[in-house]
Design a protein around this ligand. Structure first.
Ligand code: SAM
Ligand code: SF4
Length: 476
């Protein structure tokens, strides 16, 4: 558990929340004299949500909760939700519905829903109307107010809804309960100003705001001190870190400052937006020996017309030029990306431009999505003549193309040695370990579980499609 106490939301507000923390603790001690109450926390969506959940768990822990993986045994269930695609949203509604019989058996159990989905008024309203067994709902702007809101829920016996949008201050000083021992998430900024026409994030996360560099560095130091071997800097658009701020540190500079910290660790970051990814950043990355040779740079579409309709702010040619520069300054760079199939009005010819782009760049892996209309976005109101069945066919074609690219890439790694962070034992638990290269490729190899959380050099001996096997070797 870490406690980063720097600048942030007003000290008075934080003191008030600490006061509520103690009040909730007292209620829980009286309610559970036999032992600490248990919380089940589940996170949907991106790493930004995972980082928020670490702060929610930090606060729950300070209030006296321990954690369980069994909903049926929990005294509090918290879902931190995602609104990016309809499918993710439907899954949340399904899982909330499934809690009804659990709550009937455990009447004292509190059900808490928060995160991006809850920041949408129509969703909060649906929960209010159709899920009366949900006790507390709050949006992304109220993460730090969990003690106060939970206190109201426990004391008042009434349902509590808090989904108002605030100016979205940066909150420092929250306790953090980290899930990983050696892999850490470090938010450097929140929100998004880009309004890509398909995306709900700017509506549910508010405008961009960057943490002060001193706060980020202090948290990085603390993570390194506590044994983190991989620190991932998080933001919807990390490349615009520091923009419109008074502290004069941009993302390349922040990267250099973290790189200069003592310790045996690697730095990753996500997500980079191509329109703000500068050659200076790529140069800084190349010069920082602790920056993993991995760049996640979502392109979304290979067609300049579709990119314009998406409001992405770059063309196919500009994207490819950036990639060429990145490969020039970092020849061993591994590239990954996000892509959307079936944006409203996309034609098959335009989709083929996406295929040709991935064939040209040869990404290590891709996160692939079929366009999902989101309430309140511009794309939701655009004409979308292509059928879902047709889009699924295109999607299958995309997957097939990427699979053969990844297989080819993995095959080219056989015989080479790579530095690998050992992450765990294989699912089969067959005396083999799993890990990831700096380029973010999974590999398994025989080894002692005592190596988990350390870097080892692994020589690739076999590539089965896009899965690598290897053996520990001396030097890469
Ligand atoms: N900020 C990041 C960026 O600009 O690349 C991405 C954040 S978003 C949470 C993650 C990915 O979800 C996007 O890159 C996009 O590919 C996908 N996505 C977002 N909205 C979507 C939608 N309405 N339908 C399908 N995919 C979507
Ligand atoms: Fe969404 Fe675009 Fe912002 Fe990424 S940059 S979060 S895709 S609006």
């Amino acid at each position: 558990m870490a406690d980063v106490s720097l600048t942030g939301v007003s000290p008075g507000e934080l003191a008030k929340q600490r006061e509520y923390t103690q009040r909730v603790r007292a209620i829980l001690e009286a309610q559970f004299p036999e032992g600490a109450p248990r919380a089940f926390v589940h996170t949907y969506g991106c790493q930004g949500n995972v980082a928020d959940s670490e702060r929610l768990k930090g606060q729950l822990s300070a209030m006296g909760y321990t954690f369980t993986d069994e909903k049926e045994q929990a005294d509090l269930v918290l879902f931190n939700t995602c609104a990016v695609r309809e499918h993710a949203q439907d899954r949340v509604f399904g899982n909330v519905g499934a809690l009804k019989p659990v709550k009937e058996r455990r009447r004292h159990m509190k059900i808490v829903l928060c995160g991006c989905m809850m920041q949408q008024p129509h969703v909060a309203e649906r929960i209010r109307r159709s899920y009366p067994f949900v006790d507390l709902v709050f949006g992304t702007f109220a993460v730090h107010r969990l003690p106060e809101l939970l206190y109201q829920t426990l004391r008042g016996g009434k349902r509590v809804f808090e989904t108002t949008e605030t100016a979205g201050e940066i909150v420092e000083g929250l306790p953090v309960y980290r899930d990983g021992d050696f892999k850490a998430w470090l938010p450097i900024m929140y929100g998004c100003n880009n309004f890509c026409t398909y995306c709900v994030v700017p509506y549910v996360r508010g405008r961009e705001r960057s943490r002060r560099p001193e706060a980020v560095i202090a948290e990085a130091e603390e993570l390194i001190e506590s044994g983190a071997k991989e620190i991932t800097l998080l933001g919807q658009n990390v490349n615009s870190y520091g923009r419109n701020c008074d502290f004069g540190v941009d993302f390349p500079e922040l990267l250099r400052r973290i790189n200069a910290l003592e310790g045996d660790f690697k730095i990753r970051f996500m997500t980079s937006h191509p329109k703000d990814c500068t050659k200076e950043l790529l140069d800084a990355m190349a010069a920082c020996e602790k920056a993993a040779r991995h760049l996640h740079l979502p392109f979304q579409s290979g067609s300049s017309r579709v990119l314009r309709a998406m409001n992405r702010g770059y063309t196919r040619e500009e994207y490819l030029e950036l990639i060429a520069y990145a490969k020039k300054v970092m020849p061993d760079l591994s590239l990954t990306s996000d892509v959307i199939v079936g944006f409203p009005g996309e034609t098959y010819e335009e989709f083929k431009e996406t295929l040709s782009l991935i064939e040209e760049v040869k990404f290590t892996s891709l996160f692939t999505f079929i366009f999902s209309p989101r309430e309140g976005t511009k794309a939701m109101r655009m004409d979308d003549p292509v059928s879902a069945a047709e889009k699924s066919k295109w999607f299958a074609e995309l997957l097939k193309t990427q699979e053969s690219i990844a297989a080819e890439r993995c095959a080219s790694m056989v015989g080479q040695a790579y530095e690998v962070l050992v992450e765990g034992v294989t699912k089969e638990n067959d005396g083999r370990l799993t890990g990831r290269t700096a380029g973010n490729v999974n590999i398994d190899f025989p080894g002692d579980p005592a190596l988990i959380g350390n870097y080892v050099n692994v020589r690739v001996t076999e590539a089965k499609n896009w899965i690598l096997s290897g053996e520990i070797s001396r030097k890469p």
